[in-house]
Design a protein around this ligand. Structure first.
Ligand SMILES: *Cc1c(COP(=O)(O)O)cnc(C)c1O
Length: 422
């Protein structure tokens, strides 16, 4: 088994990794519930649900059984010209939990393409209506994925430098913090007066990749209202926040003004298979519905609406809607709130915050340590049996909804003990 570590290096190129300065990749050989097991038998509590996907636990029996049954009946078929029961059932079940006004679902493969399609819907909506609106609006530090459109609307980062010349046109505003709402709204109104913005893409309430940055719900609501008044299409990127993370089905459920478009992935398929979805209101769909072929949305991925991924999503949704899971989301939320309060009393902790199962805080340490600090923290947590991925000096958790009392207490206590180490 030892040699998995060496064999990995021969042909594999890992994501978000500068291999020259990165440690070896850790082989994970199995996963069950909240536990990941490595090739030497060490166990780790998956306190970030493997990038916010495996919220019902790894290798969940109900989900794997449903997918296995689907696999024996219909594995894959073209979704252009054909349809199938798993996609139809999923659409019916999802519409019931999506924010009000969502009517149509467009399938894709992952979170980046889900937002890419959301951007296309906004741009082509105005194109089809004959409006000259070619720009997108986005929050300064947003993250929407790694394809070109998604990269364009994401906050400019050092990682995207090689591609910036090829980006679509984007205007940016800061997130409303409650304190700056007035300035943000003024800036927004100035931008909108140009009459050239097609859509606004935003992560509602929590910006994941910006290190679990929270913003003001009232401020966001105000922005959305003004955008809607100016016929700017509202594209909610719920790839991270969707499916219960914030304590409601979608973060948009906290906000009065509802999106025109919702982008989904990650927990959509319960961490079992890759899939993305972009839903939209009848208003958007109707702008593409025409006798003219060119007015259609000509975007399609080969594995669109893969029946196995649909079966996983449908099983996941059934679990999410059960009172058992809703209760445990509530319990984790309460525990997180109490933990954030306890942490706030520590001098090394800044800005401890929580919403739903998401809890985060900043370690108040010397700025010049940020680079290596992240790696040291990661190693400390792993050595203590907890899988966390700190971002800079931000430590955050997004535990699976099925995490046990003992497991979450263990996560908290390892985080607390890290405070005296760093
Ligand atoms: C992860 C993420 C994406 C990109 O999803 P991928 O499946 O990794 O392409 C887009 N938006 C948000 C908010 C995300 O968290």
């Amino acid at each position: 088994m030892r040699d998995l570590r060496d064999r990995d290096k021969k042909h594999l190129w890992h994501p978000l990794t500068q291999h020259k300065i990165s440690p070896d990749m850790l082989p994970i050989v199995s996963a069950k519930g909240c536990i990941l097991k490595d090739d030497r038998g060490n166990e780790y509590i998956d306190a970030i649900s493997s990038w916010y996907t495996s919220v019902y636990g790894h290798c969940n029996e109900l989900i794997t059984e449903r997918v296995a049954a689907q696999m024996k009946n219909l594995d894959q078929v073209v979704f252009s010209g054909f349809t199938h029961q798993p996609a139809i059932e999923l659409s019916e079940a999802l519409i019931e939990v999506l924010p009000a006004g969502q009517e149509k679902l467009f399938f894709n493969d992952n979170g980046s393409t889900a937002t890419e399609i959301g951007i296309k819907m906004a741009l082509q909506y105005h194109h089809n209506l004959g409006n000259d609106r070619k720009k997108m609006l986005a929050f300064e530090e947003g993250f929407h994925g790694d394809t070109f459109g998604a990269m364009s609307v994401s906050g400019l980062s050092v990682y995207n430098g090689a591609f910036e010349d090829h980006f679509i046109e984007v205007e940016r505003i800061p997130v409303p913090t409650g304190k700056n709402n007035h300035e943000v709204i003024e800036q927004l109104k100035m931008l909108l007066s140009q009459n050239n913005i097609a859509g606004f893409i935003y992560e509602p309430l929590v910006q994941g990749a910006a290190a679990m940055k929270f913003h003001d719900a009232e401020g966001l609501n105000e922005i959305l209202k003004i955008c809607r008044k100016n016929e700017v299409i509202l594209v909610a990127d719920e790839v991270m926040t969707g499916f219960g993370k914030t304590g409601k089905y979608f973060a948009s459920d906290y906000i009065e003004e509802k999106p025109d478009v919702v982008c989904m992935s990650k927990a959509l398929t319960a961490g079992l298979l890759p899939m993305g979805l972009t839903s939209c209101s009848a208003k958007i769909y109707d702008a593409f519905y025409s006798d003219e072929i060119a007015k259609g949305l000509f975007h399609g991925h080969t594995y669109t609406a893969n029946p196995l991924a649909c079966a996983a999503a449908l099983a996941g949704l059934n679990i999410l809607r059960s009172s058992e899971i809703q209760d445990s989301i509530r319990e984790i939320s309460e525990k997180n709130t109490a933990f954030a309060e306890r942490l706030s009393k520590n001098k090394k902790v800044k800005n401890a915050r929580s919403i739903g199962v998401i809890m985060a805080f900043e370690l108040d340490v010397e700025t010049d340590r940020y680079g290596s600090l992240r790696n040291e923290l990661f190693k400390y947590f792993m050595d203590n049996g907890v899988f966390l991925r700190p971002l800079g000096n931000t430590i955050y958790i997004v535990p699976p909804y099925v995490i046990s009392k003992d497991e979450i207490e263990r996560v908290y206590s390892v985080i607390e003990s890290s405070l005296s180490e760093f």
